[in-house]
Ligand binder design. Structure first.
Ligand SMILES: Nc1nc2c(c(=O)[nH]1)N[C@H]1C(S)=C(S)[C@@H](COP(=O)(O)OP(=O)(O)OC[C@H]3O[C@@H](n4cnc5c(=O)[nH]c(N)nc54)[C@H](O)[C@@H]3O)O[C@H]1N2
Ligand SMILES: Nc1nc2c(c(=O)[nH]1)N[C@H]1C(S)=C(S)[C@@H](COP(=O)(O)OP(=O)(O)OC[C@H]3O[C@@H](n4cnc5c(=O)[nH]c(N)nc54)[C@H](O)[C@@H]3O)O[C@H]1N2
Ligand code: SF4
Ligand SMILES: [Mo]
Length: 680
């Protein structure tokens, strides 16, 4: 049979690049870039190029699994689904619907996320539904909604190439969003000034004109010092502030606390450099700010994002073609999972569950009563296992590796009366399940993903799932029906039509249109072409709001017992908990083993050579990993990627939360490091 070439979307990061999967005899054998794709235009990063590899891996789950003591037994779907429905119903009857928690997924489609939250909300009358955005851009949603009225990236990826200054803060785009990094390079080639703020050295900082190697967790002092200087020099955009903003007086007053001198002392950057970058950012006509987890994953994550919004609005760098604020969304469909209401406080389209008019709208549409009490978050659902939460349904998330303070998480996963995990592999989390549902990956299903620039894109089914595995969509319909809901959807397109009818910003989205083009929301009706950049003449909330960003240092700082700063994050070849990338021989050839970065001076003090084992310990636990000696980290700092199950970085991390967004502080905690003696 001739091979087929089918267009679809990359399953890894939120850039949403276009892939072409080559299918031979029903098997996905290769991935190619899509030259016609509006974002990636014929490029892919190394993960995209190898996206077909995990699809055919022999570890794929093929049948529902039922726990029998310490092992699993294969069972048919017609036993698994009724059993799941019965157990969930019994639990809800005994303890109330609020004793059920659901983790939806940024790896699944919009339609699957919509059905997931609808199932939890309708079947159990609870809003206990959340997903990994909590661990990622939750501060973005809180802060940008407060300041601008919308939590999404203001502009489009291709707009970056036209910016005159790009201020990259807390983002390692070169490894985490390589195709977006390509747009940054394009801007630089055209003469834009690239400024990077990161305590580490990365390919972003190496390619920046100026690298501000700040002390971890001191972004607010830096941003406030910059703003103080901008106002003192009269470089703020007074017309913009007068016409479009409120709250300037309060911000200006507050910024008197942050003269450049004090900012410099806190963040460890020379005063002249702070003044210089402030002037560069403020003076050019169009400046863009890119940020990511180095900003959000702090106990002051929401205030960090507010400070970024303040800086952009102070200079009028929002609402034009090449300026804007770019929170780089992480997962392939984390934008969509949020848009679809896989969040404890909002229905699809960010419509509040506690607003009675909205509650009525959804009750009428779905034909049943709904709870108006905001639900629990990811870390609360896991943390309350066996207490307030008795049963959980986890679709495509792996908290055993991705949540902070793993020892605690593992205790919790054991404590559920009943746990369902729906995944494509038997993950570290699935090993704790009572029931495992085998599901389909991106290449085995259709639906839509929304990328970081708000672009709905069509995912096409290229191959059949392995064995008896089913699409997440079908599993949700079966379970919904078994729970007494009317989930008789014929296909994802029908679900998209229901979404469009309930969330005005997506009113004009349909599979028919997406067959021809991707559409960026807001897209309110079928004639609307979609929106390239937001806040053009007015902010989503009307006027933009300056909010005072109070600085709080990290919750745990180095001391005598734990003298190092420990930070965690990513590297180019692997993705999150490694379930997919570590099953790719191509990617494993790049990096096969766990490691942590340590500065040469520290390594010398500890008498550790490159590749030797070190033991990292925090107040939560320890891991043994390979030392990678590099000046990428400053003296006194350690960086550990969290991709490796054999050396789980989250054994170490601090579960302290940002009070407003409830994101954990993955980016800073205090650690001790020792050479691990070879004889144990
Ligand atoms: N290869 C790969 N790509 C991915 C992913 C992956 O797992 N692997 N995951 C995807 C997801 S879900 C996400 S959310 C994104 C995340 O993408 P990024 O946020 O780019 O990745 P991280 O490595 O978590 O952190 C980014 C940078 O923040 C810096 N940083 C740490 N602390 C601070 C601080 O206090 N201030 C400042 N200014 N910077 C700090 C770190 O040194 C690091 O270089 O990547 C997406 N893309
Ligand atoms: N220490 C530390 N921890 C972190 C972070 C950090 O920087 N440092 N970053 C945090 C961030 S930003 C994020 S986004 C989270 C990510 O945390 P998670 O979302 O828990 O991590 P993933 O490994 O992406 O988990 C996705 C799961 O979905 C499965 N899967 C993939 N596709 C499908 C599908 O189509 N259907 C089904 N049913 N399953 C599928 C995969 O096998 C995998 O088990 O981690 C967070 N944890
Ligand atoms: S940049 Fe992201 S979406 Fe594009 S190929 Fe790489 S992992 Fe996939
Ligand atoms: Mo993320």
């Amino acid at each position: 049979m001739n091979p087929e070439f089918i267009k679809t979307i990359c399953p890894y990061c939120g850039t949403g690049c276009g892939l072409i999967i080559k299918v031979e005899d029903g098997v996905a054998v290769a991935t190619y870039p899509d030259r016609e794709h509006p974002v990636s235009r014929g490029s892919l990063c190394i993960k995209g190029w190898s996206a077909h590899e995990f699809i055919n891996h022999p570890d794929r789950l093929t049948d529902p699994l039922l726990r029998k003591g310490d092992t699993f037994q294969k069972i048919p779907w017609d036993e698994a689904i009724p059993m799941a429905a019965l157990k969930l119903r019994e639990t809800a009857a005994k303890y109330g619907g609020d004793a059920i928690g659901g983790l939806s997924s940024a790896k699944c489609t919009n339609e699957e996320n919509y059905l997931f939250q609808k199932l939890i909300r309708m079947a159990f009358k609870t809003n206990n539904v959340d997903h990994c955005a909590r661990l990622c851009h939750a501060p973005t949603t809180v802060a940008m909604v407060q300041a601008l009225g919308s939590g999404a990236m203001t502009n489009s990826i291709s707009d970056l190439a036209g910016a005159e200054c790009i201020f990259v803060i807390g983002s390692n785009a070169a490894e985490s969003h390589p195709i977006i990094m390509g747009e940054i390079y394009k801007a630089a080639d055209k003469g834009a000034t690239i400024i990077a703020v990161d305590p580490r050295e990365t390919a972003v900082t190496r390619n920046a004109k100026i690298h501000l190697r700040i002390n971890p967790g001191t972004d607010i002092p830096l941003l406030c010092g910059m703003m103080r200087h901008i106002i003192d020099e009269g470089l703020h955009n007074e017309n913009f502030i007068r016409a479009r903003m409120e709250g300037f007086e309060d911000l200006n007053e507050f910024l008197h606390l942050w003269p450049v001198k004090r900012a410099a002392e806190e963040c460890g950057i020379n005063e002249e450099i702070i003044r210089n970058v402030a002037e560069i950012y403020a003076k050019v006509k169009e400046s863009a700010i890119i940020y990511c987890m180095g900003i959000t994953q702090h106990a002051c994550g929401t205030a960090n994002v507010l400070a970024i919004c303040d800086l952009a609005m102070l200079c009028g760098h929002v609402g034009t073609e090449h300026s804007g604020i770019y929170p780089l969304r992480g997962q392939n469909n984390v934008q969509g999972a949020c848009d679809m209401g896989a969040l404890p406080n909002v229905y699809p389209g960010y419509q509040s569950v506690s607003d009675s008019e909205i509650q009525n709208k959804f009750q009428n549409a779905w034909g049943d009563t709904l709870s108006n009490k905001p639900g629990l978050t990811v870390t609360e659902i896991i943390g309350l296992a066996g207490k307030d939460i008795r049963a959980a349904y986890i679709m495509a998330e792996n908290p055993a590796l991705s949540d902070p303070d793993t020892n605690h998480v593992l205790e919790s996963l054991k404590a559920f009366d009943f746990l369902i995990v729906q995944d494509i592999f038997l993950t570290e989390t699935a090993k704790f399940a009572h029931l495992v549902f085998p599901s389909s990956c991106f290449a085995e299903k259709s639906g839509t993903f929304t990328n970081t620039e708000r672009r709905f894109q069509l995912l096409r089914k290229t191959v059949a799932p392995p064995g008896n595995a089913k699409e997440d969509f079908e599993i949700l319909c079966l379970l919904g029906n078994a729970l007494g809901l009317d989930f008789s959807y014929k296909n994802p397109s029908e679900v998209m039509d229901e979404i469009a009818s309930l969330a005005p910003a997506y009113g004009g989205i349909s599979f028919d249109r997406l067959e021809r083009e991707g559409l960026q929301w807001p897209c309110p009706d079928l004639e609307h072409p979609g929106t390239r950049y937001l806040h053009k003449d007015r902010f989503t909330r009307g006027k933009g709001l300056f909010v005072v960003p109070e600085h709080t240092p990290p919750k745990e700082l180095p001391d005598e017992d734990y003298p190092y700063y420990l930070s965690t994050g990513r590297m180019f070849a692997h993705y999150h908990t490694g379930t997919m990338t570590r099953r790719s021989s191509f990617l494993n050839r790049e990096v096969e083993e766990a490691y942590a970065e340590i500065n040469p001076e520290d390594a010398a003090l500890l008498d550790v050579k490159d590749g030797e084992k070190i033991k990292i310990t925090t107040r939560r636990g320890s891991i043994i990993t390979n030392a990678r000696i590099t000046k990428r980290v400053s003296k006194g700092c350690i960086f550990a990627p969290f991709h490796f199950a054999e050396a789980r970085a989250n054994m170490l991390t601090n579960p302290a939360l940002d009070p407003r967004s409830k994101i954990p502080e993955f980016k800073v905690c205090a650690a001790d490091v020792r050479k691990e003696s070879q004889d144990g």
